[in-house]
Design a protein around this ligand. Sequence first.
Ligand code: 6MZ
Length: 343
Amino acid sequence: MSLDFCKRIPKVELHAHLNGSISEETIKKLAMKKNPELYKDWRMSVDKGKVGTIDNVFQIFKLIHQISDNTEAIYTIAYDVIHEFSADNVKYLELRSTPRDAPSMGMTKISYIEAILKAIEDCHKEKLDIVVKLLLAIDRRNDLSIAKETVDLAERYSKLSGGTVVGVDLSGDPSVGDARTLVPVLRDAKCRGLKLALHLAEVPAVDETEEMLKIIPDRIGHGTCLHPDAGGSQGLVDTVLQHRIPLELCLTSNMTCETVSHVDNHHFKYWYDQGLPCAICTDDKGVFSTSLSEEYCLVAETFGLTRNDIWTLSYNSIDLIFAEEAVKQDLRSKWNSVKSYEL
Ligand code: 6MZ
């Protein structure tokens, strides 16, 4: 499979953490303004991250958050990230980010969210050929009141942004905390009409995952350890299949975090063969030095997928987006208009 083909085809990105998606150029630009040492530290950490563990990766986020501690930086990051995905032929992007405040820098959760929305709006005004939506993320270490505040903000901004904010993500270091405490807030978010994308079973956690699946999320992030062979259980597999809950799969991320031993053993194969809807995603393209095209190429090469398979995988991802039907129809037309000369 040529990387060139994967670059050329239109794609949908559904699992991209804003601060994890920052490119080296943007990190450098922001660190130079703030403290050049931070760029050096980032470079060293990312090199370490490549052969690292999930713990290393979560250290890198702490470093990035030191750089992105003001609304100007958040705007720049969102603006650059959207342009980079667009340059990779991503036509629909769902970004997710955890609202943060930094009182000493004058940043509030509101100004954080508004900076991202402003970047999305500016890219739209530039007529960039990409639709961008936003999920507000709850960190699994958050207590109920912070989680509730995030859901309130998501509901408020879904209205204020005219539908750009579409839902809520649950993420954060999977080896820390217990997401079960957040179930009431997540159920409430669902009742309020927000979409739910939950990181589940990124590491083995059968009891927690069983409980979280009762919410029937709209999509699952990773789902690496759902299967009994990966530390999950048949019950988890049955629930996911019964409700056909789509998976967001991030191969390079799982390899780097060492939650999958070898790319050949990636759970993509199992779920793909079961016919479960799966979206190929980057997770943190900056931290993992990847792109969506490279992720598609990796899936194709690892599992022997044809151009037609890759095209279909990308086309079927449109069904999984959190935007309304009209957006899906527009995207399908866009895909169909280039299909005949790409295949
Ligand atoms: C779980 C992850 C993650 O929100 O500051 N995040 N959560 N598993 C992963 N797998 C590697 N990658 C990123 O982006 C960074 C935040 O996204 C979550 C973590 O909470 C991280 O702090 P934002 O834009």
